[in-house]
Design a protein around this ligand. Structure first.
Ligand SMILES: Cc1cc2nc3c(=O)[nH]c(=O)nc-3n(C[C@H](O)[C@H](O)[C@H](O)COP(=O)(O)OP(=O)(O)OC[C@H]3O[C@@H](n4cnc5c(N)ncnc54)[C@H](O)[C@@H]3O)c2cc1C
Length: 496
């Protein structure tokens, strides 16, 4: 199979559509490809999606969007990680920071030295060795220095932002880069008799548009990939029980540089501080609570005044069996959805787009490209799924049926191995390409209550006194460095 690509049609003008349009139009040569984005004025975008993870930096940089413009145009704030409350047990709390833990210690990762002191001296305070965590709780921020051996060398951060404003910024970029913009609603889709490929879109005004490659960014509607090509859906609702969300923004404006994820007996609630408002929402299983009660819980836990009516969202956790089928690629929510606990949706969108660019510049749709793309996306979705499940599976809560199911449900062999290995040896295994770093796995596994029974034997290679010195000096340097950082507030003031 080999089919030429000349006309690329993106259907959908949410974040996924405009991210795709901006990225492809920046990198694909105009003389070889034309790009058109179709957007319905009568079908709304999902209207949520405000927290990100660090790879957003490389996406923005590739698009030539500098940070100051981005922060200003999207009312963004800094995100140094996520605070989890009531997840392991009621009244428990831990922080999942971006970045790395402690300092470089040669062959044995720093956390093994900490485990030695945890086992021998009950040193339970892991957070003091994470500069992002200490900065987050002190509401401070500084850009990574890149300087070797500095605690700021790899300072990890992402953003909270207004996704609609981001989409507008990308739209402007895409239009400047020559993307054609059509505001019409797709009513029908015609297939080619010869090979079942998508031939053309038929709009509600009766006009038509042909294309070679169609990118489905129609959100949960999945108009092309599912309603037309029927690729099928892998439903993961038995592993991740939540299937509803309600979002209500409030007027609260004291942004702290981290996301809050607060567990409830039937799901959890997010708090995402932006410059001009706070995004709030509750994610829950409607098998375990009614919509009314979920909304009531959310409202009870809001800190500011609501700015809008509640936005009710239904979802089925999972992913399309194929993200790329024939001449159609699903990007964004049309490809699948995992609840926003670790803010990974826009990252998945970003990955799809950058991977598309690996395969289509040849100007041909080939079966090996489709197979490689699908297997890469399948792997990434599964890795993220495992990481999200980790938060539920390791709970010690049994105050509700919801948590009891989470605690006892079967998990993948990969996840089981990771947890058991950490528990027995303190080792954390991850693939080279896997996004979540050792620090992330460590923070969540320990935060959820897994205490390692052992550490790497090489961490015994220093005396008790040197161990004490290593840990003490590391936390002291972090404390001092954070004290000298500008405040997050100062950064936002400067932008404004
Ligand atoms: C509760 C919740 C919380 C989330 N939180 C986060 C988060 O914190 N971080 C994160 O990274 N992600 C998050 N996400 C995911 C994020 O919202 C999405 O990844 C992102 O908004 C992209 O959505 P989309 O563009 O795929 O779909 P949508 O925003 O739904 O856009 C779909 C587009 O398709 C168009 N369309 C549909 N049908 C037609 C048609 N027939 N003809 C023409 N156009 C059509 C619509 O007009 C619209 O423009 C969250 C999602 C949910 C549900």
């Amino acid at each position: 199979m080999s089919n030429p690509i000349r006309k690329i049609i993106i259907v959908g003008g949410g974040s996924a559509g405009w991210m795709t349009a901006a990225y492809l139009s920046r990198f694909l040569p105009k003389e070889s490809f034309s790009i058109t984005l179709i957007e319905s004025t009568s079908i709304e975008t999902i209207g949520v999606g405000e927290a990100t993870i660090p790879p957003i930096h490389s996406f923005n940089a590739a698009l030539g969007i500098d940070e100051a413009t981005f922060l200003k145009e999207t009312n963004a704030t800094i995100k140094l990680g996520i605070e989890f409350t009531h997840w392991s047990q009621i009244n428990s709390q831990y922080f999942h920071p971006f970045g790395t833990l402690g300092r470089a210690t040669g062959k044995v990762p720093f956390h093994h030295y900490w485990i030695r002191s945890l086992i021998n001296h009950n040193n339970t305070n892991l957070a003091q060795y994470s500069i992002e965590t200490v900065a987050a709780y002190n509401h401070r921020f500084q850009h990574p220095s890149g300087q070797a051996n500095s605690p700021l060398e790899n300072f990890g951060y992402a953003y909270h932002f207004d996704a609609a404003m981001y989409a507008r910024l990308l739209k402007q970029k895409a239009l400047e880069q020559g993307v054609n913009h059509v505001q019409k609603t797709v009513r029908n889709i015609a297939l080619k008799d010869s090979n079942g490929f998508i031939d053309k879109l038929i709009f509600d005004d009766g006009s038509e548009l042909e294309g070679d490659l169609f990118i489905d960014c129609t959100g949960f509607a999945a108009l092309l990939i599912e309603k037309t090509l029927h690729v099928g859906y892998e439903d993961w609702s038995e592993e991740l029980l939540c299937n509803r969300a309600i979002a209500i923004p409030t007027d609260e404006q004291h942004p702290h540089p981290y996301t809050q994820a607060i567990a409830h007996p039937f799901g959890w609630q997010w708090r995402i501080p932006l410059q001009h408002r706070t995004g709030n929402g509750i994610v829950y299983s409607n098998q375990h609570i009614s919509d009314d009660e979920a909304e009531h819980t959310l409202r009870k836990n809001l800190k500011g005044q609501p700015l809008k009516d509640p936005n009710y969202i239904r979802f089925t956790t999972g992913k399309r069996k194929e993200q790329w089928a024939k001449n159609c690629i699903a990007v964004g929510l049309s490809g699948g959805f995992l609840e926003p606990l670790e803010s990974t949706s826009l990252h998945l969108t970003q990955l799809s787009i950058t991977r598309i660019l690996d395969f289509i510049p040849h100007g041909q749709i080939t079966q090996p490209a489709i197979t490689a793309f699908n297997s890469g996306m399948h792997k990434t979705y599964n890795e993220i799924k495992d990481f999200i499940i980790l938060h539920y599976k390791l709970t010690q809560r049994d105050d509700s049926e919801f948590w009891r199911i989470c605690k006892t449900m079967p998990i993948s062999d990969t996840l089981k191995l990771k947890v058991e290995l950490f528990q027995k040896t303190g080792n954390i295994i991850k693939d080279q390409e896997e996004f979540f770093r050792q620090t992330s796995w460590l923070a969540v596994m320990y935060g959820q209550g897994v205490t390692p029974e052992n550490h790497h034997p090489m961490a015994n290679g220093i005396t008790e006194q040197d161990l004490f010195g290593l840990l003490n000096s590391t936390s002291e340097v972090i404390k001092q460095t954070v004290q000298h950082m500008p405040t997050h507030h100062a950064l936002l003031q400067r932008i404004r």
